[in-house]
Structure formats: C-alpha cells, structure tokens
Write a protein that binds this ligand. Structure first.
Ligand code: ZN
Length: 496
C-alpha cells in the first residue's frame, strides 16, 4: 500500500542523497586529479552544495512530512524499509534542527580556516600560531554541545556524531582495559624488532600490485576505481561507483596496506542492500563499524600469514633485488613489527591504539576544561613518553601532526580504536561459519569472506543503530576480549 506522504519524503531524501554524492565526487576530484589552481573555486562549490543540502534537509517541509508520518510509521513492521527510513530520518532531523544556522555556518568557516592555519603551523612546527584557531574551534564545539539536552558527559554529544549512541564512559572503560594490556605488551616487544622494510620499490610495480590486490579481494571493475592521492581515503558516487585511493612512496610498501584498508571501506559501501539506495540508510552505520571493515582487510587479512603465503611470491617477482632472497617469515615479521613511533598514521597495529587513547584522554581534559590549551604540547609529550617511551622532538611530530582538531573534529579519534576492537569480534564470529578461512585465503578464495560480511553486516546500511548492528553480527555488545586475545597471540612475548 503506497502512502503519498511517504513517497514525498522518499523523493526528498533521494534528492538529498544525490546532492551528498555529488559533493563527495567533487571532494574525490579535488584530492586526486583537480589542477591545484582549482582549489579556491572548488571550496566555493563544496560550500554551496553543503549549504543547499543542509537547508533542504532542515526545511520545515521535512519536519511536516515526518510529523504526518507518525501514524503510518507505527502501523509498520519496525524492520521494514519504510519504518526504518522514517525512524532514522527523524533522528537525523531532530539533531540537525537543534543547531542554529549561524552556529553551523561559523563552525564550518572556522573549520576550513583552522585547517589552513594548521597547515602552516605544522610545517613551521609553531603551536603558538595554531593556538587561536584551536581556541576558536573549541569555543564553537562547546556552543554546539549546549544545543543539545545535557548528556551524562558533554563529550557524549560530540561522540554521537561519529558513533551514534556510544557513551564516553563506555569508551573510557574499553580504553582502560586496552591500556592495561597494551602498555606492558609494547614494552615487552622492545628490542625484538627486525629490520623494517626499506628499499627502492618501483612505483609502477606498486600500482600494479595494488590493482592485483583489489582483483584478488574481489571487485567489479565496472564499479570500482583506484587512484593515487596524498592521504588515502575511500569515496565515490554511490554503491556502484566506489573510488579507493592510495599513496605510493618508493621507499616502502605502505601503499599496499593503504589499498587493502580502503578496499574494506569501499566493500562496505558497495555491499549495502540495493533497496536502501538513494536514501539516508545507504551508508555504513558508523565510523567505528566502517573502520572495523578497513582494519579487517588491512590487518586480519592483509597482515596474515595465509595471505602472504599466497601473495609473497608475486611481490618477490616484482621486486627481485629487494625481496628475492628474503624469507617469507622475515617479510611477515617485518610487516607486523611492533615499534613505538611518533606518528599515528604510520604506527603498527598495536601501538596505534596508544596514539588514539592519548588523543581521547586529551580531548576529555580539553572538553572538561581541565587543561589550558596552551599546555597541550607539554601534556602530549608527557603521555607519549609514558605510554610509548617516545621523546617528541617538536610539535610538528607531536600535537600538530593530525588535521582533526584544526577542522573542529573532536570525538572522532576514538572510532579508530573502537573499529580495531570490533574488527576482531566480527572476525571471531565469522570464523565459526567459515571454518577453513585460512585455507581459503591461502588459495585466494575471498568470495566466502566477502559474502559473509555482506550478508551479516554490510547489507543493513544504517537501518539499525551501530550497537544494534554489531549485536546482529556478533550477538552482543562491543568487548575487548577477542581483540586482546588476538594481539597477545600474534605479538605477545612467549613465556620463557
Ligand atoms: Zn579507515
């Protein structure tokens, strides 16, 4: 039975989806092939489209349609497409209309100016120069928090934008559990290192290998593409237009792992249920669950022994002088090296989490007003020493290394580690069904893994909340047990 009011809402949301997809393509273009001089014009185009998208969404008409649909929604099965669409749209709408247009505009202006200031401040390693922009961003974030019902903790409001429904207290509990195990595990792995992979890896060969990885993992060539960029990301124009990017450096093979990571993001978007297309349900449910997918392909598949038993000969063939005489075992240890380092985005899978925990803890202090922003570098450096035994030489390699705070994003960082934790929960669960997964990976059979993820996770899109989605996949809430077991088994020091 059709409902004309629902159809009007559906059409409106489809148009909003089109606007968002077009904005994403402009962004992809900017980060890959746009001539640099196009930047000023592109900033205007993206700002205009974003403003139009927002205005169309928060318009009174959206609210009116949602109001009229209350009875209809109640008459439906809550799991139906129609009921889910109304429910999720209502939640998004109620959040969006709480924030006055002027504040939203000011936040986006301050964010893009902040990124510009930060870019200069970072290259000069000058925290003082960045401080006013950071103060302004923080002030706006606090005003943003005030737009909402008081939460248990103000940080809950910020977190909710990235990991809906997640509470600060829960993140704190999870991170404390991790910290307790990771700090000693990292200390114990000290001095057990092998030489990191270094050499001259021809960039064309790296590109060919990245394409081979995509082909092996499985993708439809008519729906995917791969391009080089500075900071890898996955984006695109919809579920049949998946664009992954990677970054090639001749001195290492990070491009391969970036490709695997972005493949995981791309596959999630690609396998969302077709019936959800052109609606707000047609995307991954949260940053944390998205990251669980990218980390799974990068670390659980891409840094596993079964995968390299399959793929290492191909790598040796491409780089005979670099890898021809290196044993598989040595290579495997080199790409799984645990080694504390300064920069988050280059960190290994174990120490990475300590970079995140540090940022999360500092964000708590900042939002709670317990630390003066001026003291941030000292506090950063102190914790880097305490958690990783690393001395920070300058702010460019310390507090200024990430773009997030300059753009106004606070509450974003925790999702990376939540993704790590969930990735292994999902991995343990899927291994119960795919009992010979290791053998499959070694034979290059990735379809069963892909299909399992599509069936149990990807197809739901945003139909359920992140916690509901995770529960559908693993049967319960987020927990650290599987992840810690995995890290101990892989990186722990064997008992003497
Ligand atoms: Zn990612």
């Amino acid at each position: 039975m059709t409902n004309p009011t629902f159809d009007r809402l559906r059409t409106r949301l489809a148009e909003l989806h089109d606007l968002r997809s077009a904005t994403a393509l402009l962004y992809w273009d900017q980060q890959t092939i746009m001539p640099p001089a196009g930047a000023a014009g592109r900033a205007e185009q993206i700002a205009t489209l974003s403003r139009m998208t927002h205005e169309l969404f928060v318009a009174d008409e959206t609210g009116r349609l949602l109001e009229e649909l209350r009875g209809y929604e109640e008459s439906l099965d809550p799991e139906s497409f129609e009921a889910s669409l109304v429910r999720v749209t209502r939640r998004d709408y109620e959040k969006a209309v709480r924030v006055p247009a002027e504040l939203r505009a000011e936040m986006s202006r301050a964010g893009s100016q902040g990124v510009q200031v930060w870019t200069k401040a970072r290259s000069a390693s000058d925290f003082e120069a960045f401080l006013p922009a950071l103060e302004h961003n923080l002030d706006l974030r606090l005003r943003y928090v005030d737009c909402f019902e008081p939460a248990e903790e103000p940080y809950d409001v910020l977190l909710d934008d990235y990991e809906e429904g997640m509470k600060t207290a829960e993140v704190r509990r999870i991170f404390d559990e991790l910290k307790q195990e990771l700090v000693p595990l990292i200390a114990a792995s000290e001095g057990r290192g092998v030489d990191p992979l270094q050499g001259a890896f021809d960039v064309d060969a790296q590109r060919a290998l990245s394409l081979e990885v995509l082909e092996l993992f499985g993708h439809r060539p008519d729906a995917w593409r791969l391009d080089p960029t500075v900071h890898p990301f996955a984006s695109g124009g919809g579920m049949d237009d998946i664009r992954v990017t990677t970054h090639y450096e001749p001195g290492d093979l990070d491009s391969l792992f970036a490709t695997m990571h972005e493949y995981g993001h791309g596959l999630y978007e690609h396998q969302i249920g077709r019936e959800l297309d052109r609606s707000p349900l047609a995307s991954g449910v949260s940053l944390g669950l998205h990251e669980s997918q990218s980390r799974m392909w990068e670390n659980l598949v891409g840094r596993s022994l079964p995968f390299w038993r399959l793929f290492y000969p191909r790598l040796q063939e491409r780089f005979p002088s670099e890898l021809g005489s290196m044993e598989l075992e040595t290579f495997y240890r080199a790409v799984n090296q645990v080694q504390p380092s300064l920069i988050r985005i280059h960190a290994d899978e174990v120490t990475y989490n300590m970079h995140i925990i540090l940022r999360f803890e500092l964000e708590q202090e900042i939002i709670g007003g317990r630390i003066a922003l001026r003291d941030l570098p000292d506090e950063w450096n102190r914790r880097m020493w305490e958690y990783l035994g690393i001395e920070v030489p300058d702010d460019a390699h310390g507090v200024l290394q990430d773009v997030h705070w300059s753009g106004g994003s606070m509450g974003y960082f925790p999702t990376y580690t939540l993704g790590n934790v969930m990735s292994v929960q999902i991995w343990e669960r899927l291994r119960e069904d795919l009992t010979d997964l290791d053998e499959q990976l070694e034979r290059g059979e990735f379809a069963p893994l892909r299909e399992w993820l599509g069936e149990h996770l990807h197809r739901h899109g945003r139909k359920y909340t992140p916690a509901e989605t995770l529960a559908k996949v693993v049967g319960g809430p987020i927990e650290t047990g599987p992840y810690l077991r995995y890290l101990r088994d892989k990186h722990g020091v064997p008992a003497a």
